[in-house]
Design a protein around this ligand. Structure first.
Ligand code: 2HA
Ligand code: ZN
Length: 275
């Protein structure tokens, strides 16, 4: 099968372009990666040209040895994804040590995988383990309202989770584990990758202060939907804070406990503190 005919490739391109349409990806902002299933690798392997040099990942991901990923390209624009997927994305293979990668398809006009490859692969490694292999998608975007909130809320998991949960009844059901927050750090390297992947042990969402957000999920719909839900809650909060600094009424800790019971989710008590 041609790579572009594979449904995982079509899903990848559609998700990326949907992110552009939501204004999550100005210029070359954001990046997306998908841990390809073994049968999907086999279905497109005839197109691979594994003659490119191995390159250092910049960190170690031994639990991803031998795995293949579809990734967006460094400096590439999500806006251009559907026009030329082969120039803007790549399929990469991780070596047997989990220290190097090589491009086996794509980036046909040259280039490298996403500058955030260390964060993507370290997040994949954690999520593969804690989800028993179910999570396959890591998505980084620059959603406006989440970024705005990192200037006005304390940068703690507890405050971000609670404030976002209060903005829409669906939120604690969609991200019951909450969200983690990484203080401002230099992007692109191992240090921010380590900090983010630590949060991914507990959460499916990590917010990067003054930068953007990472989401993890099982498939393209769930992961895009998670980014969309968190950013929509952030948009409501920005509007509420803009109208008046204090809420007249909200969803209370007891409301959350009642919701958790009926919707059969566990909401950690650390987020249900008295204000
Ligand atoms: O430009 O979003 O974090 C890509 C990025 C880097
Ligand atoms: Zn970014």
């Amino acid at each position: 099968m041609k790579v572009l005919d594979a449904s995982f490739v079509q899903g990848f391109i559609r998700m990326g372009y949907d992110g552009f349409l939501q204004n999550y990806h100005e210029r070359n902002g954001g990046n997306l990666s998908y841990r390809i299933k073994q049968e999907e690798v086999e279905s497109v392997r005839e197109n691979f040209t594994p003659d490119k040099p191995w390159q250092p990942i910049g960190t170690e991901v031994p639990q991803l040895a031998g795995e293949y990923f579809m990734v967006t390209g460094s400096g590439k624009y999500f806006r251009n994804l559907p026009l030329d997927p082969e120039a803007n994305t790549a399929i990469i293979e991780v070596d047997e040590k989990g220290e190097n990668y090589r491009i086996v398809w794509g980036l046909c006009n040259g280039g490298r995988p996403t500058s955030e490859l260390p964060s993507h692969l370290m997040n994949h490694e954690v999520k593969k383990r804690v989800s028993n292999g179910r999570h396959r998608v890591i998505y980084h975007a620059h959603p406006t309202n989440v970024i705005a909130l990192t200037f006005v809320l304390p940068l703690t998991d507890e405050v971000f989770t609670r404030e976002l949960w209060e903005m829409a009844t669906e939120c604690p059901v969609v991200f019951p584990d909450g969200v983690g927050v990484v203080p401002w750090m230099v992007p692109g390297g191992r240090e921010i990758a380590v900090a983010t992947s630590r949060l991914m042990e507990q959460y499916d969402v990590a917010i990067w202060a003054h930068h953007g957000m990472f989401c993890s999920g099982e498939d393209f719909d769930l992961t895009f939907g998670l980014m969309h839900t968190v950013e929509k809650a952030a948009e409501i909060l920005v509007k509420v804070l803009s109208i008046r600094p204090d809420k007249l009424q909200t969803i209370t800790p007891q409301n959350f406990r009642d919701l958790a019971k009926d919707f059969k989710v566990t909401l950690p008590e650390k987020f249900l503190y008295e204000k």
